[in-house]
Write a protein of this length. Structure first.
Lengths: 334, 414, 290
C-alpha cells in the first residue's frame, strides 16, 4: 500500500465504515443476526490469516481458540456478574496462552508436522469438553447468559452487532498495522523460507509463536461474542470441520489480504443462506469441498486477488503493483 | 523492548485499557437464562396477537437434521409429519385453517439449528415449532426458543434438560436415557431375574445419564455393576473394551453408545467368544441398525418408545398402519415415520383443543392434555408444571429381522 | 491370555494404520504433499463396493475390484487435476487441497448414506478359532499378515527393484531424476495409484471388522498421521513400526485405563517424543512447507 495519502484515500475508511453503522438500522432482526455472524467470522478468520496467510503455518486449530473463548464466556456469564469487557480480556488471555501451547511444537518440528499436530489439538479439545461435563455441560453444552456493560446487554441484538463490529474493526486494524510492522515482516520472511529468515536474524520459533498467540487471542475474542450472540455453546460447534470451514473462507476470500477475511466471512455466512433459499441446503457441504479445490487451481489468491487485479487494471497508473504477500517463488528443488 | 515493537504494543495497551475502562461496571441481567427462564403462561389469552395464523392457514415450523449424520432418521420422520398434516388438511384443516409447514434443514449442527429457529421466528413468523429430530442440533436452537417464547412440540431430542421447567416452552414426548435405562434395568432384574450386570457407557453427559438411571435400580436391588466401561467416539479398536467386559463376566451387558459403536463392540465381544445378554438404548430397535448388526444382536433387549407396529392389537395403531400403508402404495411405516406422525398428531391435537389460535391458548391447551392416547406411544399428560408428556416405556427384543414385545408400556419411576 | 489377545488385536489395528501410513509416506516423499484426505480413499473403496454388491447385486469380488479401481482413479485424477496444479503457487495449498478432498468425499458419502452405518462383508472377521482359551480371529491374522506383507513388499520394491530406484530418485530430487531420463510424471501416477490401493485394502479390512459410514476411516487416518509425526515422514521403516506400536499401545491403554484415557495417552506419547528425541531425529531432511 503506497504511503502517499490523497484526500480521497483519507476518506476511504469513512466510506467503508459508513455501511457498518447504517446497516443495522435497515436490517430486520434475522439479517442483523447474520451480519453479526459475518463480523464474528471476520475476527476469527483474521486470526487464522495471521498464522496461515502471514506466517505460513497451516493450522486447523482455530476452532479450538474460538471454542475456548466461547466456553470462557459461557462459564463466566453463568458464575459471575462481571462485564463482557472482563470476559473478553480473560478469554483473549486464555486463548492466547492455549495458542502458544499449540504452537510450542514449533520449537522442535517443522511446519508440516506442526500442521498435523494442530489436528490432534482439536481432538484434545473435544475430549476435554466432553470429559469434564460438570464444567462444560458435555455434549449438550451450556446456555449462555447475556453479557454486556451494566444494563446494556447482548439480549439486545444491536449490542451484539456493535460488539462484533468493534472487535472486527480492531482485528482489521491490528492486521493492517502488522503488515507495516517488523513482526509482520518477520512473519513474511518465515513464510517464505525458514532458513533465509534465520540467516537474516529472524527467530522462526518466536515469530511462529507470536503468530499463534495473536491468532488465538482473536479467536478467543470472536468466541466470546459468538457465545453471547448465539446464547449457547456446544462442542459440535468447534470441530475439525468448523476449522476447515474457516480455512475455506480464508482461502476463498484471499490469504494475506485484509479484505480477504471480510470476503471469506461473508461467503461462509451467506452461501449456506443462498443454498437454503434455493431449497438445497445439503448441497452446501459438497460444494464447499469442490469450491476449495477449484479455487486453489483457478484463483489461488482468492476473491481478493481478483478484485485487486481488477482495481489495478482500472487504475493503470503505471506504478508497479505492490508485491503480493501471498506469492512465493516456486518451490526450489531440494 | 526493541523500538520496532512499540507501535504494536501501543495498540495492544490502548485496546486493553479501553476494555478495562469498560469493565469497571459489572453486568445486570434481567433473566438468568442459564438456570431457568420465566415460566410459560398457562392462562389462555384469546385476545393475544400471535404470529403465523391467518383466516386460512396456520404456519408451523420444523428444523431437523435432514442431511448429515441424522438424515436417515430425520427424513422419514419429516415424511411422517408431512403425511399427517396433509391428511388433516384434506379433511378440512384445524379450526377452518390449513396447516402450512415451513421446513428447514439444520444438518444436525447446533449453530445451523439456531439460525433456523431465528429464521422461523423472525422471518417466517411461524406460530409454533413442531417435531424435528436430533438432540445436539435442537439444543443449539434452545436459547432462541426460550428468548422468543415460541412453543416447540415433541422434538425428538432425548436429553435431561428438555422436558423440564428449565425449558418451559418445549413440550417433550420422548423419554430420556436416564428413564430408558431405569426401565430397562428394572425389566431385566424383575422379569428376567438377571443377577449380574456390566455397562458400557459413552464418555460424557449422555453416558452419565444412562449410568445414573441404571444405577438407581441396581442400588434399590442392592446390586452393583461388575464393571463400568466408558467408550469414546472414534474408537479404532473395540478389542480391549470387549476384553474388559469379558473379564468382568456379567450375565448381561448394558450399552449406551452411538449405534455403530454398540454394533462394533458387540461384534468384538463375539470375536473373543463372550456372548452375554445385551441391553441397549432404544436406538438399536431401528430397522436400519437391525439390518446392519442383527446377526450379532439376536435377543438384544431395549426400552421402546413406540408400540410394536407389526404386532400390536391396539385399534389406533392398526388404523395408523393401515392408513399409512394404503397412502404409500403398500409400504408399512418405519419407526421414524411413526415418530413424525406422533409429533404431528400431538401438535394438531393441541391446536384443535385450543380455545383460540393464540400462543398462550395453544400452550394452555397442551398443558391441559391428560392421558391423551395415540396408541403408538404411551398416554400423554402435560401440566402447568409438567413438560415431560410421557414417562413410560415398553421393552422390545430383537428377533430375526424385527422385534418382539417383551413388555408393554409400563410407567417409569415412582 | 487376555494380554496376548490384546497384543494381536492391537497389532491388527496398528496394521491398518501402517497400510494407510505407507501410502501417506510414498505420496509425501514423491509429491511433497501430506494427504489429509488419505483415509477417504479407503472409505471410497469400501463404500462403493458395498454399494455395488449390496444395492446393485454385483458379485462381491467384482465389486471390490471395481471399487479399488475407482479409488485409484480418484487418487490419480485428484493429483493430476488438483494437486499438481496448485502445489507451487501458494504455501500450504497442497495441504489445503487435500482437505478439500476430505470434505468432498465425506459430504458425498454422507449424502448418499444419510449418516447411516452399514455392515460390510465379514471377510472372516466372525470366524473364531479357540486355542485353549485364546480366541484367535481370522480377520486379525489376515489384517496383520496383509499389512506386514505390504510393508515388507514395499520396502523390497524400494530397495531392490528398478521401479524402486526410480521412486527414490524422484523422491530425492525430481529435477535431477528427470535429467537422468526418469519419467517422473509416471512415477508420480504410480505412487498415487499404489497409495490408493493400500488405503483401499485398509478401508476394506476395517469395514469388514466394523462397519461402513462416511466418517469411519477418519480416526484411522488421524492415527496414521500421528505415527508419521512420531517416526518422521521422510523415513519409511521407523514410522511404519510406530504405526504398529501405536495400535498396540492404544489397545493396552484402553484395557488398563479405559477408553477415555486414549486421547491424553496418545498426546503424552507425542509430547515425550517431541521433547526428548534429538533434533537430528526430528529434522525433515529438507525444508518442509506449510
Amino acid at each position: 500500500m503506497p504511503d502517499r495519502r490523497s484526500p480521497a484515500r483519507r476518506l476511504r475508511p469513512v466510506l467503508l465504515l459508513a455501511p457498518l453503522v447504517v446497516l443495522p438500522l435497515l436490517l430486520d432482526s434475522f439479517s442483523l443476526y447474520q451480519a453479526t455472524m459475518i463480523l464474528i467470522y471476520v475476527t476469527a478468520i483474521i486470526g487464522l490469516d495471521i498464522v496461515f496467510g502471514r506466517a505460513g503455518v497451516l493450522s486447523v486449530a482455530q476452532a479450538v481458540f474460538i471454542g475456548i473463548g466461547a466456553y470462557t464466556a459461557a462459564w463466566m456469564s453463568r458464575t459471575t456478574a462481571v462485564s463482557i469487557g472482563v470476559e473478553l480480556i480473560v478469554a483473549a488471555v486464555i486463548a492466547g496462552l492455549a495458542a502458544i501451547l499449540v504452537g510450542l511444537p514449533a520449537l522442535r518440528v517443522s511446519g508440516l508436522r506442526l500442521a498435523i499436530l494442530t489436528f490432534a489439538f482439536v481432538e484434545l479439545f473435544q475430549w476435554v469438553v466432553t470429559t469434564f461435563a460438570s464444567v462444560t455441560g458435555g455434549t449438550q453444552g451450556l446456555l449462555v447468559n447475556p453479557g454486556g456493560f451494566g444494563t446494556i446487554t447482548t439480549a439486545d441484538p444491536l449490542v451484539g452487532y456493535g460488539l462484533a463490529a468493534v472487535i472486527a474493526l480492531l482485528a482489521t486494524w491490528l492486521v493492517i498495522r502488522l503488515q507495516r510492522n517488523p513482526i509482520g515482516r518477520s512473519m513474511a520472511a518465515v513464510k517464505n523460507s525458514n532458513l533465509l529468515a534465520e540467516s537474516a536474524g529472524v527467530s522462526t520459533v518466536r515469530t511462529k509463536l507470536t503468530a499463534f498467540m495473536l491468532s488465538g487471542m482473536l479467536g478467543g475474542l470472536a468466541g466470546v461474542v459468538l457465545a453471547h450472540v448465539s446464547g449457547s455453546v456446544t462442542p459440535a460447534g468447534f470441530t475439525v470441520f468448523s476449522s476447515l470451514n474457516l480455512l475455506v473462507a480464508l482461502i476463498l476470500g484471499g490469504t494475506g489480504r485484509v479484505h480477504g477475511a471480510w470476503l471469506g466471512a461473508a461467503y461462509v455466512v451467506l452461501m449456506p443462506e443462498l443454498f437454503a433459499r434455493l431449497g438445497i441446503p445439503n448441497a452446501y457441504p459438497i460444494v464447499n469441498g469442490a469450491v476449495l479445490m477449484l479455487l486453489l487451481v483457478v484463483m489461488p489468491g482468492g476473491i481478493a486477488s481478483v478484485l485487486d487485479r481488477i482495481r489495478d487494471r482500472v487504475r493503470r497508473r503505471g506504478d508497479p503493483p505492490s508485491p503480493l504477500l501471498t506469492s512465493v517463488p516456486g518451490r526450489s528443488p531440494s | 523492548m526493541p523500538r520496532r515493537d512499540r507501535r504494536l504494543t501501543g495498540f495492544t495497551v490502548t485496546a486493553a485499557s479501553l476494555m478495562l475502562l469498560a469493565t469497571g461496571c459489572g453486568v445486570q441481567r434481567d433473566e438468568a437464562g442459564g438456570t431457568a427462564a420465566s415460566a410459560a403462561p398457562s392462562t389462555c389469552d384469546t385476545k393475544e396477537e400471535s404470529p403465523g395464523v391467518t383466516e386460512s392457514e396456520i404456519k408451523l415450523g420444523v428444523t431437523s437434521g435432514l442431511s448429515g449424520p441424522s438424515a436417515s432418521a430425520a427424513k422419514p420422520a419429516l415424511d411422517g409429519q408431512q403425511w399427517y398434516f396433509d391428511k388433516i388438511n384434506a379433511e378440512g384443516g384445524i379450526q377452518g385453517r390449513k396447516i402450512k409447514l415451513t421446513v428447514l434443514d439444520d444438518q444436525y449442527q447446533p449453530n445451523v439449528a439456531l439460525q433456523n429457529v431465528r429464521r422461523l421466528v423472525d422471518q417466517e413468523n411461524v406460530f409454533a415449532i413442531t417435531g424435528g429430530v436430533g438432540t445436539q442440533n435442537f439444543v443449539g436452537g434452545l436459547p432462541y426458543i426460550n428468548q422468543s417464547k415460541i412453543p416447540a412440540v415433541a422434538p425428538y431430542a432425548p436429553s435431561n434438560q428438555i422436558g423440564t421447567m428449565q425449558n418451559p416452552y418445549v413440550y417433550m414426548l420422548w423419554t430420556n436415557f436416564s428413564d430408558e435405562f431405569e426401565a430397562l434395568t428394572r425389566f431385566l432384574i424383575e422379569k428376567r431375574n438377571v443377577k449380574s450386570f456390566s455397562i458400557l457407557a459413552m464418555n460424557g453427559d449422555v453416558g452419565d445419564d444412562a449410568l445414573a438411571g441404571a444405577k438407581k435400580v441396581l442400588d434399590a436391588a442392592g446390586m452393583e455393576f461388575k464393571t463400568v466401561v466408558r467408550s469414546e467416539p472414534n474408537t479404532t479398536d473395540y478389542r480391549p473394551i470387549a476384553e474388559q467386559l469379558k473379564q468382568a463376566g456379567a450375565d448381561y451387558v448394558l450399552f449406551l453408545a452411538t449405534p455403530p459403536d454398540v454394533g462394533n463392540a458387540i461384534t468384538a465381544m463375539h470375536k473373543i467368544g463372550y456372548k452375554p445378554g445385551i441391553g441397549a438404548q432404544s436406538d438399536m430397535l431401528d430397522s436400519g441398525w437391525i439390518e446392519a448388526f442383527g446377526s450379532v444382536a439376536q435377543g438384544l433387549v431395549a426400552p421402546s418408545k413406540l408400540a410394536n407396529l407389526e404386532k400390536s392389537d391396539d385399534p389406533k395403531v392398526k388404523q395408523f398402519v393401515a392408513d399409512w400403508t394404503s397412502a404409500h402404495g403398500g409400504k408399512a411405516p418405519t419407526s421414524w415415520n411413526t415418530v413424525g406422525y406422533v409429533q404431528a398428531l400431538v401438535t394438531a391435537e393441541a391446536l384443535k383443543q385450543a380455545e383460540a389460535l393464540t400462543r398462550s391458548c395453544f400452550e394452555a391447551s397442551l398443558q391441559k392434555m391428560t392421558d391423551f392416547e395415540t396408541g403408538v406411544i404411551p398416554a400423554i399428560t402435560f401440566g402447568p408444571q409438567e413438560r415431560q408428556g410421557v414417562r413410560a416405556a415398553g421393552i422390545e427384543g430383537i428377533k430375526d429381522t424385527g422385534t418382539v414385545t417383551e413388555q408393554p408400556f409400563t410407567a417409569i419411576g415412582n | 491370555m487376555s494380554e496376548l489377545s490384546l497384543l494381536i488385536g492391537g497389532a491388527a489395528t496398528g496394521g491398518v494404520y501402517a497400510l494407510l501410513l505407507a501410502g501417506i509416506l510414498v505420496i509425501y516423499q514423491v509429491s511433497k504433499a501430506v494427504n489429509f484426505g488419505h483415509g477417504q480413499f479407503g472409505m471410497i473403496a469400501a463404500f462403493f463396493s458395498w454399494y455395488l454388491y449390496q444395492q446393485l447385486g454385483l458379485n462381491p469380488v467384482v465389486a471390490i475390484l471395481l471399487s479399488v479401481l475407482t479409488a485409484v482413479v480418484v487418487a490419480v485424477l485428484f493429483d493430476a487435476l488438483v494437486l499438481q496444479r496448485t502445489s507451487d503457487r501458494q504455501v500450504g495449498s497442497d495441504l489445503v487441497a487435500t482437505l478439500g478432498l476430505l470434505l468432498l468425499a465425506t459430504a458425498i458419502a454422507e449424502s448418499v448414506l444419510g449418516g447411516r452405518t452399514q455392515s460390510y462383508l465379514t471377510l472372516g472377521s466372525r470366524t473364531v478359532f479357540d486355542l485353549g482359551g485364546l480366541a484367535l480371529n481370522l480377520s486379525d491374522l489376515v489384517t496383520i499378515t496383509v499389512a506386514l506383507l505390504s510393508v515388507l513388499g514395499l520396502s523390497i520394491v524400494r530397495r531392490r527393484t528398478r521401479v524402486g530406484a526410480m521412486l527414490n530418485a524422484v523422491a530425492e530430487n525430481r529435477a535431477v531424476a528427470e535429467s537422468l531420463g526418469i519419467p517422473s510424471a509416471r512415477v508420480r501416477v504410480a505412487t498415487w495409484a499404489l497409495a490408493a490401493i493400500l488405503a483401499s485394502v485398509a478401508g476394506i479390512l476395517v469395514a469388514s471388522r466394523t462397519s461402513v459410514d462416511a466418517y469411519y476411516m477418519t480416526p484411522f487416518a488421524m492415527k496414521a498421521f500421528i505415527a508419521g509425526i512420531l517416526g518422521g515422514l521422510n523415513r519409511f521403516g521407523l514410522p511404519l513400526a510406530f504405526a504398529f506400536g501405536l495400535g498396540i499401545y492404544e489397545s493396552f491403554v484402553v484395557y488398563l485405563l479405559g477408553a477415555q484415557a486414549v486421547t491424553p495417552a496418545v498426546f503424552t506419547l507425542i509430547i515425550v517424543v517431541l521433547a526428548f528425541a534429538p533434533r537430528s531425529y526430528l529434522s525433515e531432511g529438507r525444508e518442509a512447507r506449510a
